[in-house]
Design a protein around this ligand. Structure first.
Ligand code: NAI
Length: 459
């Protein structure tokens, strides 16, 4: 678009994770001159320390469970051992293939990739080593990192997900502090690999951001798997020695294990990079923005985990694309958190989009929810999983929330998201034929029931 001095750009993107690289790619597609600055590895948390390596571990965990439970299906098999170095090789193989692919995409696009630590020196400039890059627009995409609690130091037997992803041995026992998304995913992996697992959660239920019935179903399924959940339990202190780590709770009880995984949330990465000095307003480290992802400083945007709200890679992608299109004056529609789909990859899987029943009632008044039990779904019975699909509609109005739990139900989020995102009525979905036998039919059945014509369900 422009042909000026080499270090002058239309867009400077600080941070090469999901939000940042998506913004750079879309900017380049739109003919903008863009520099992408990354101090570590292109791909960020999602590719190197988050989504991809954890889901690889969860897949290895599923393979272990399948082998362990083979006899249930008449296939006599067992788990001889978990070879963590081989698991890590597999995990790293996945990560490095995706990393290479992404590097290829970035280098094929007309993006100037700048390897180094970037410091914002003004709303239009970023210093990287002895270079100063200038941009008409600046996009902050520096992401998030695992956080801990006051008095809870990470090290030795006390880990965050960063260290847990690289364990070279399966622990005998693990305490998981925090029953949110990271907590339940790792609890699931450790249990499948044979460890005894206790989850400590301060709130009254696991995955407290989900529909309450989902939390109940997960707690029940975890109990069956031998995972102990201690809810309404608050961390007080920790001590460790050569043999074990001991956690004390506020109620005075103590628990000991080989390892403590701290999964109490993630905090924004925004310190020491000149944001405040350049006048960018931060709030507990987050960079607040308006709906169009503009910070308080004209021309400076923020995307991804740095922006308060859901911390999800696909939200980052959507933010990045939005900002590029906004800069290119395409007037894109804002990315709203409420219809962003969420999948938690523990066993059983959880997938949801839109409002919970209580939130829908608060917002819309009269709503109706229908829960279709996977007990009536052929494919789920073949897989031997239990769970349900719950669809929430406004009475005489559209579907505003879908909540699902059961093995592999994460794969059903696509249709659920289209229904909620397009404000479909159950009566719109009811005539659409769902293939048999699939787990996807459960979604079809729930919509049929809400449209007043249940098939394999009671009215
Ligand atoms: P989270 O916010 O989901 O869960 C943290 C949990 O720790 C909460 O339930 C909280 O009540 C509990 N907690 C906080 N302080 C505590 C204390 N003192 N004692 C006991 N419990 C305490 O955060 P999490 O799981 O660390 O994940 C961070 C972010 O990463 C989330 O936003 C999550 O959505 C995202 N993520 C998404 C994944 C996915 O989409 N599959 C996978 C992993 C992470």
């Amino acid at each position: 678009m422009t042909d000026e001095a080499p270090d002058i750009y239309d867009v400077l993107v600080l941070g090469g994770g999901s939000g940042g690289y998506a913004c750079a790619l879309r900017s380049a597609q739109l003919g903008l001159r863009v520099a992408l600055i990354e101090r570590d590895k292109l791909g960020g948390t999602c590719l190197h320390r988050g989504c991809i390596p954890t889901k690889a571990l969860l897949h290895a965990a599923e393979v272990a469970d399948t082998a362990r439970e083979g006899a249930r299906f008449g296939v006599n098999s067992s788990v001889e051992s978990i070879d963590m170095s081989a698991v890590l090789r597999y995990q790293q193989g996945v990560v490095s293939r995706l990393h290479k692919g992404l590097q290829g995409l970035i280098s094929a696009a007309t993006i100037d990739y700048v390897d180094g630590f970037g410091e914002v020196t003004s709303p239009t400039t970023v210093r990287v080593g002895d270079r100063t890059l200038t941009g008409r627009r600046l996009v902050l995409a520096t992401g998030s990192r695992a956080r801990s609690l006051p008095g809870l130091e990470i090290g030795g037997r006390v880990l965050t997900s960063d260290q847990a992803l690289g364990l070279t041995q399966v622990p005998t026992s693990v305490i998981v502090l925090g029953g949110g998304v990271i907590g339940v995913e790792f609890a699931s992996v450790f249990r499948s690999f044979g460890a005894s697992v206790t989850i400590i959660e301060a709130l009254p239920r696991l995955v407290p951001a989900e529909e309450e019935s989902i939390s109940k179903a997960l707690e029940r399924a975890f109990r069956k798997r031998g995972i102990v959940s201690r809810t309404n339990a608050r961390f007080a202190s920790v001590a460790q020695d050569d043999a074990s780590v001991t956690v004390s709770l506020e109620d005075g009880s103590t628990l000991s294990a080989d390892l403590l995984l701290v999964a109490v949330g993630r905090e924004p990465v925004s310190d020491g990079m000149g944001f405040q000095e350049a006048g960018v307003h931060t709030d507990r480290g987050f960079v607040p923005t308006d709906e169009r992802l503009r910070t308080n400083i004209p021309g400076v945007y923020a995307v991804g985990d740095l922006v308060p709200g859901l911390q999800l890679a696909h939200r980052g992608f959507a933010h990045g694309v939005f900002v590029a299109e906004d800069i290119a004056s395409l007037n894109p529609a804002p990315v709203l958190d409420r219809n962003i789909p969420k999948v938690t990859y523990c066993d059983p899987e959880i997938a949801s989009v839109g409002l919970t029943e209580a939130a829908a009632r608060a917002e819309h008044g009269e709503v109706r929810a229908y829960e279709y039990n996977l007990g009536g779904n052929g494919k789920s019975q073949i897989l031997g999983t239990s769970g349900f699909v719950s669809v929430v509609r406004v009475v005489d109005g559209p579907v505003v929330g879908i909540h699902m739990i059961g093995a592999r139900m994460g794969e059903q989020i696509g249709e659920a998201q289209l229904v909620v995102g397009w404000d479909a009525m159950p009566e719109d979905v009811a005539p659409l034929v769902h293939a048999h036998p699939t787990q996807n039919e459960a979604l079809g059945e729930a919509h049929l029931a809400l449209a007043g014509k249940p098939l394999h369900a009671h009215a």
